[in-house]
Design a protein around this ligand. Structure first.
Ligand SMILES: [Zn+2]
Length: 358
């Protein structure tokens, strides 16, 4: 009797499975597309691609570019790094439209810094997605896409500074020494953090020494301390009960600091080598917290913009607003140029390295 029941249950399960089965993704992809090869262990990829305490889930190098694009739907040790920022970009756009509906928005000089902030956020998210998706193609691609990632971070830093300066800062802070030098300083430190990250990446080889992290963290920390200074000043001098944006600003700072911890240290994988190969790596947690920081920043800046939009042009003048916002293009060009010069240097180094190995 029990045997018959089990047999019938088995038949039912199989028919449900069959009925609900979706066509595999590979059926939907044109047959001309090459399919990505299975992932491999750390010892099967060049040392440049090996992450500390991540032992498997690496995509083989030198596949067709389309394989890396399709690896978006493959399980590998970069999958979550790609999807966290893809998801963050979509949520950011959704929250933008929601705020446009509730708080109002018109495309004019007053809203320019807010629009630039959105574009700069999308730039860093897209460049990061490209870096984590395509870096495994080759050593050259690895350097190229991570240098591009640093360009995106510099642009985002300056985009944030614009929002903080024009919508969040208090007049007392703007009249201070830091306030007077803020915009040129933000431009300089934005470029500086990109240049130092490119230099550190090209200078040091795996396993990376502590100097590399220091070389990246010092300019990035200085840039952040300057960029966030108008927000910290306002958090310390204005009553939180009066300003709906201040709790969001506090959250953006908290999530940024948390993200910095996971960016700097390979935790928790350090304590569980090989157990965080696909899920739970420190870099994935860093992506998650940085995305939350950006989302809270958008909420805070939208609230500040809604409160100040009628006085922004009067306080700062149309010319300063336009110059400050257009300067992001200058920063972008300087950073791209720096990245290109460094990649040219890296190409020569990789070429002579290959010649020596022959
Ligand atoms: Zn990343």
């Amino acid at each position: 009797m029990i045997g018959v029941i089990l047999q019938q249950l088995n038949a039912l399960t199989l028919s449900i499975k069959h009925g609900c089965r979706l066509p595999p993704l590979s059926d939907e992809i044109p047959s001309s597309f090459p399919s990505p090869r299975s992932t491999v262990v750390a010892s099967q990829v060049p040392s440049l691609f090996r992450e500390p305490y991540i032992l498997s889930g690496y995509r083989p190098v030198n596949q067709d570019w389309r394989c890396y694009l399709l690896s978006l739907f493959q399980r590998h040790n970069e999958s979550l790094n790609v999807w966290t920022h893809l998801l963050a970009g979509s949520v950011l756009l959704f929250r933008w439209w929601a705020n446009v509906g509730t708080l109002g928005y018109t495309l004019d000089s007053a809203s320019l810094p807010l629009s630039v902030f959105l574009l700069s956020s999308l730039t860093y998210l897209c460049f990061s997605v490209a870096a984590h998706l395509f870096q495994s193609h080759s050593e050259h691609a690895h350097y190229f896409f991570f240098f591009l990632d640093y360009v995106g971070v510099a642009v985002y830093q300056y985009g944030s500074s614009l929002g903080h300066y024009f919508y969040t800062s208090e007049s007392a802070w703007r009249e201070s020494c830091i306030g007077l030098l803020f915009l040129p300083g933000a431009l300089f430190f934005g470029w500086c953090s990109c240049a130092c990250c490119c230099f550190a990446k090209s200078r040091y080889r795996r396993p990376y020494p502590l100097e590399r992290r220091i070389c990246q963290l010092i300019p990035m920390s200085l840039a952040y301390l300057l960029d966030i200074s108008p927000v910290v000043h306002r958090l310390c001098t204005v009553s939180w009960a009066q300003e709906p944006s201040l709790p969001f600003h506090a959250l953006q700072i908290a999530f940024f600091l948390l993200s910095a911890v996971f960016f700097s240290c390979p935790i928790p994988e350090r304590f569980f080598p090989g157990r965080c190969d696909f899920v739970g790596q420190g870099h994935q947690i860093f992506h998650l917290f940085l995305s939350l920081c950006t989302l809270f920043q958008l909420e805070a800046l939208f609230q500040d913009y809604a409160r100040r939009r009628d006085e922004v042009v009067e306080v700062f003048g149309e010319r300063q607003l336009w110059w400050a916002c257009v300067s992001i293009l200058l920063l972008f060009l300087c950073c791209v140029l720096t990245a290109l010069i460094t990649i040219k240097h890296m190409s020569k180094t990789l070429h002579s390295q290959k010649e020596r190995e022959k």
